[in-house]
Design a protein around this ligand. Structure first.
Ligand SMILES: [Zn+2]
Ligand SMILES: [Zn+2]
Ligand SMILES: [Zn+2]
Length: 478
């Protein structure tokens, strides 16, 4: 799987990008080089090149780490003097901590048992929506109510040189490669040493669902210790419990993991396995070690149950607001899974690093349900007929949201309310410019909401979604 020929090719591509000042692209290529490399000289040259980029982009900690890797390889390449020089400069540089670090944090006090959600959220249930999320307080536009790291997540094969295979963090592209295979890079030593990758090492599963199903199983075995223990745990779980019934603040990390695992298992009802569903994933199950007939039966049931929780609840990682951007990761959340769809959603989902951040798009009243838009099908982008067809085909539901009931028009046909309104151009110049624009947009939305739906508010809501993604990407690389 490792190959110096492939590595060298990527190294040269990296050099081309570096010469053009395209640092992210160059890093992506050097990372690919490090995935495949065996030869120590090429390896240390790739680390040296990364050190140079991290120096130029002000990532001093990462610069020093990469210099250290060059030194560890004990391979004196001609750049070493230069590296020593920049390392000295890095040590003297003062990294400034500013407003950026504080941007993605909950806008309200956190829930005492579930630290990643605001204390105003509840999971409720009714006939129409099943379980859903509601707020017990009024929310203003821009309020951040959930910052959830999905419990199960898997990276798309196209992103192998860009994110950690275990936790999906980007770590400013300063990744380390698996020493055995070319299919995984890691954000840290901790992830590199995790047992999860030991199960997956060298596997080239291209199918998202299969890869995720396999991870759901290995993660469960890792947490429980054995198939027998997993079975015991599953037999004791109460399917009525949602994540709101668990306490995730326990000092015992393993206990938290077990609770989060159980909370994701209660997302779908348990049903006996169908041979049809099982056959689809036979390649996954064949490699799992079940010995007795009883174990095999349990395993089949368990996997079908995982499959069900997955197919009705998965999220994509997008890391981009581009409408046509493909999903780059696949994830299951224990709380965010309860978000219902609306073609006129009141929350935005922003994919920040390896987490999903949920933010109020517009004012939300106490008692109201929180909604997001599934698969980017909303009234601004798709007509009623297009949405009807899509949701019936993919999710087998008839959307009863306010936009569908009142047939809200697409953006270009919406009424204009404000003669003074000048559509602001999205300003990407700096983080603080984006933040100011975002804050102004939120205020405008709050002050004019009585006239919703209108062209102005919808334009600014779109812009805010875009700004949130840009700010998230900026911070992830900062
Ligand atoms: Zn990681
Ligand atoms: Zn590996
Ligand atoms: Zn709808």
């Amino acid at each position: 799987m490792k190959s110096d020929k492939v590595a060298k090719n990527f190294f040269e591509k990296g050099n081309e990008q570096l010469a053009l000042g395209k640092y992210s692209e160059a890093l992506a290529n050097y990372n690919n080089c490090l995935r495949f490399v065996v030869n120590k000289t090429i390896e240390s040259a790739a680390f040296a090149a990364r050190a140079e980029i991290f120096f130029k982009t002000g990532h001093y900690k990462q610069c020093i780490e990469n210099n250290q890797s060059v030194e560890d390889l004990n391979n004196l390449i001609d750049k070493i003097e230069y590296l020593k020089n920049i390392e000295e400069k890095c040590k003297n540089a003062n990294e400034s901590v500013d407003e950026r670090d504080e941007f993605f944090k909950l806008s309200l006090p956190k829930n005492e048992k579930i630290p990643f959600i605001a204390n105003c959220l509840e999971v409720r249930e009714n006939e129409m929506y099943g379980r859903f999320i509601a707020t017990t307080q009024d929310l203003t536009p821009g309020s951040i109510v959930i910052i959830e790291e999905p419990f199960y997540k898997i990276l798309s094969s196209t992103e192998r040189n860009l994110r950690c295979a275990v936790c999906l963090k980007q770590n400013a592209l300063n990744l380390i490669s698996c020493t055995k295979c070319s299919t995984a890079m890691f954000c840290s030593k901790k992830c590199a040493d995790s047992t999860i990758h030991k199960y997956e090492c060298g596997t080239m599963e291209e199918n998202f669902e299969k890869a995720l199903l396999r991870r759901m199983f290995y993660q469960a075995i890792d947490i429980c210790g054995s198939l027998q223990e997993l079975e015991k745990l599953m037999n004791h779980h109460d399917p009525k419990k949602t994540i709101m019934n668990f306490d995730l603040n326990d000092a015992d990390e393993l206990k938290n993991f077990k609770n989060r695992m159980l909370a994701t298992m209660t997302l779908a009802e348990r049903e006996p396995w169908s041979s049809e569903a099982y056959a689809k994933y036979e390649t996954v199950t064949r490699e799992l070690k079940a010995e007795t007939e009883h174990e095999k039966d349990f395993l089949r049931n368990y996997l079908v149950h995982c499959l069900k929780s997955m197919t009705v609840n998965f999220f994509h990682f997008f890391w981009s607001s581009e409408e046509k951007a493909p999903g780059k990761g696949f994830a299951i959340c224990s709380l965010a899974a309860y978000f219902a769809h609306s073609c006129d959603p009141n929350c935005d989902k922003v994919d920040f690093d390896n987490k999903f951040v949920f933010v109020a798009r517009k004012p939300i009243k106490k008692g109201e349900q929180l909604t997001i838009c599934y698969d980017r099908y909303n009234f601004l982008t798709h007509t009623l007929a297009e949405r009807k067809e899509y949701f019936n085909r993919v999710y087998t539901f008839d959307c009863g949201c306010v936009a569908c009931t009142h047939n809200y028009q697409k953006l270009c046909n919406l009424p204009k309310i404000d003669k003074e309104f000048v559509e602001p151009k999205v300003n990407h110049e700096s983080f603080s410019a984006m933040k100011t624009q975002y804050t102004n947009n939120c205020e405008y939305i709050r002050d004019h909401i009585e006239q919703y739906p209108c062209y102005e508010i919808c334009t600014l809501m779109n812009q805010n979604n875009h700004l949130l993604h840009s700010m998230g990407n900026f911070l992830a690389l900062a």
